[in-house]
Design a protein around this ligand. Structure first.
Ligand SMILES: Nc1ncnc2c1ncn2[C@@H]1O[C@H](COP(=O)(O)OP(=O)(O)O)[C@@H](O)[C@H]1O
Ligand SMILES: [Mg+2]
Length: 235
């Protein structure tokens, strides 16, 4: 069944200046993502995967082309608008967790909810930490947690504002096989219960096998896509 399009990328280009040279990192990438789907983005190191999700999330500006997320023109919206969209609608998970070292697990998870002005940030953070099995680690600092536990804190933080979309950049890349599987299970559980669209950069077969769609990049070009998007109606 066709779902509404939540993310639409058209003729996206990104060029970095490196000395006198221009480095073309993304070349004419186009695709559209249905709400609630789980997309894996795969490709060799340096193929542009991280750059692609940074552009989709409005963390960077494209050199050409457009990104529409949830009706917002991410390629041209003012910085404050992008910050608002990210806080309200976007969750992030990174390979290296990116927790704030001076805050406890509970405080790390509360941050996005507090920025949003949520009244029950503490209660919600405790609920989400319980959902990822960390109810007994609320007051631990990141250094006191294992890698898998830190990534579970990052997942709770990513989901606390019930984002419409989750961008994850190699979320299991720093974890052993068993812990990685547990993290994959959590991400897909939260996708199922919250209807969150997933955009997952990964080398992990567990993740690609569970994805509803796999997009392949090579040398900055989209070289494979398990779903035809050219005929999808743009709404
Ligand atoms: N800020 C930057 N300035 C210059 N080059 C960059 C920058 N960010 C990424 N690149 C280059 O863009 C290419 C793609 O990088 P990236 O998107 O991180 O690839 P991937 O995530 O697939 O490994 C690489 O060659 C990288 O060196
Ligand atoms: Mg990368």
């Amino acid at each position: 069944m066709t779902q509404p399009i939540i993310l639409s990328v058209d003729h996206l280009q990104k060029t970095f200046k490196s000395g006198a040279q221009n480095l073309s990192v993304l070349r004419d990438v186009s695709f559209a993502v249905e709400e609630g789907s789980a997309c894996a983005i795969v490709g060799p190191s340096g193929s542009g995967k991280t750059t692609l999700i940074a552009l989709c999330a409005g963390l960077e500006r494209p050199s050409g082309g457009s990104v529409f997320f949830n009706g917002v023109a991410m390629h041209s919206a003012p910085e404050e608008e992008l910050a608002r969209v990210r806080n309200q609608f976007v969750g992030f998970i990174f390979q290296s967790f990116h927790l704030l070292p001076s805050l406890t697990a509970l405080e790390n998870v509360m941050v996005p909810a507090e920025i949003r002005g949520e009244n029950h940030a503490r209660r919600r953070a405790m609920d989400f930490l319980a959902q990822v099995g960390l109810e007994s680690r609320l007051h631990h600092y990141p250094v006191q947690l294992s890698g898998g536990e830190q990534q579970r804190v990052a997942i709770a933080r990513a989901f606390i504002n019930r984002p419409k979309i989750l961008f994850a950049d190699e979320p299991t890349g720093n974890l052993d096989g068993e812990t990685g599987k547990e993290i994959v299970r959590l991400i897909f559980d939260l996708n199922a219960t919250n209807g969150t669209t997933l955009m997952l950069v990964t080398h992990d077969r567990e993740l690609t096998e569970q994805a509803t769609r796999v997009i392949g990049l090579k040398g900055g070009r989209l070289v494979s896509d398990t779903q035809e998007t050219t005929d999808v109606a743009q709404t």
